[in-house]
Design a protein around this ligand. Structure first.
Ligand code: PMP
Length: 387
């Protein structure tokens, strides 16, 4: 669209026009039959997107941090032990949230840009009687990808509940909640789910709901309490009116449209498309001579890329890339904030957007007099985008 730049940050992202149109519909009553139907359908669709056929979906007004708060508030009681597999800034946040509800948190850390090995996770799980283990599927500050499949299965063997912060992964990165034994997978609307910011989205599996029902203490957060929200979610799915807190009516309508589109693409095709866009962008970045924060391909996320600035180049690069048409994000991890930048590639982002972004990056690199072969990044990306 002329006059509009491509929004290629790790959330919020570009949104589909049909989703934006749904947001612009006249706001209706939260108990109007059409709205009840849309909300009920959105909840049903969440189960399919999360690949959690027996999970309990929750869609609540708020951002991703609220989704983290909801998971911790409902599963943690004072004195519970929690293990945080820490891969960056958002793992630190999860630890803070768990501590706020009285958990005694241990961290399992890897060097920046890496993730712990499965053996290290297994050993850590054996060291205490952990009620929960928290994993950041994609830490948006490092672009490190956690091995959720292996770690969550181990956690289940120990009788520990796994909470996955999937804010930068759900509906983009491969995540199979039930098959992988993930107890809570949470996200926010503004990333791969493809809806403007404002919804905290969670699916809780049967073990998580059972642990919630076994609680000895009331949930220490009134708004987050599943005691208040569970009857509401159940009512909307049963197409009955209900009220606890006014739902974000327009966002829920948009969510239903976006989830319909996601399921229309199909989850396997969607995971593969994200993986391909990621491989193309990472190949382009390497062809341009830039390193990345993740230390190996295997630990790198598919929803964003975190290139390091080459020698002699600083964050002024991003202004030039912006002038060339693509909005990228700066660094976030406090230890390396000025050393790298981030490219988000999720949701409706398509192969043409990938090429346009690499083109804008090349123009930015030219503007800062970086020495490289123009077109090298585009050629590397293109080679991976065609069959
Ligand atoms: N977790 C991760 C992995 C994130 O990327 C983000 C947001 N970038 C959050 C949690 C917090 O989400 P929000 O900003 O919507 O509160």
């Amino acid at each position: 669209m002329k006059g509009r730049k491509l929004l290629m940050i790790p959330g919020p992202i570009e949104f589909d026009p049909a989703v934006i149109e749904a947001m612009g519909e006249a706001t209706t009553s939260h108990v109007a039959p059409d709205f009840i139907d849309a909300f009920g359908q959105a909840l049903e669709r969440m189960r399919h997107v999360w690949l959690s056929p027996d999970g309990q979906p929750f869609a609540i007004a708020g951002s991703g941090t609220l989704a983290m708060d909801i998971a911790a508030a409902n599963l943690v009681e004072p004195g519970d032990r929690a293990l945080v597999v820490n891969t960056g800034y958002f793992s630190d946040r999860m630890a803070d949230v768990l501590e706020r509800y009285g958990a005694q948190v241990d961290h399992l850390r890897a060097p920046l840009g890496d993730r712990p090995s499965t053996g290290e996770v297994a050993a850590a799980l054996g060291q205490a009687d952990y009620k929960v283990m928290a994993i950041t599927h994609v830490d948006t500050s490092t672009a490190v990808l956690a091995d959720v499949e292996k770690w969550a299965r181990l956690s289940r063997e120990h009788g520990t509940l796994t909470i996955v912060d999937g804010v930068c992964s759900v509906a983009g990165e491969e995540l199979r909640q039930k098959d992988w034994a993930v107890d809570v997978a949470l996200t926010a609307s503004q990333k791969a789910v493809g809806v403007p910011p404002g919804l905290a989205l969670l699916v809780a599996g049967p073990e998580a709901m059972a642990a919630f029902h076994r609680r000895r203490h009331p949930v220490a957060n009134y708004y987050a309490d599943w005691t208040n929200w569970l009857p509401i979610m159940e009512a909307y799915e049963a197409r009955r009116p209900a009220y606890f807190g006014t739902p974000a009516v327009n966002l829920i309508a948009a969510l239903n449209v976006s989830l319909g589109q996601i399921l229309g693409e199909g989850m396997d095709a969607r995971f593969e498309r994200h993986s391909r866009m990621s491989r193309a962008i990472k190949a382009a970045v390497s062809a341009l001579g830039l390193g990345q924060v993740p230390v190996r391909d295997e630990v790198a996320a598919h929803t964003l890329t975190a290139p390091r600035y080459p020698a002699g180049v600083d964050s002024s690069l991003l202004g030039h890339v912006n002038a060339a048409g693509a909005i990228l994000a700066g660094g976030l991890h406090p230890h390396i904030k000025t050393e790298y930048f981030r490219i988000g590639h999720m949701g409706v982002t398509n192969f043409g957007d990938v090429l346009a972004t690499i083109g804008a990056l090349e123009q930015g690199l030219m503007a800062v007099d970086y020495d490289f072969e123009p077109g090298a990044g585009l050629a590397a990306a293109q080679a991976l985008l065609v069959d």
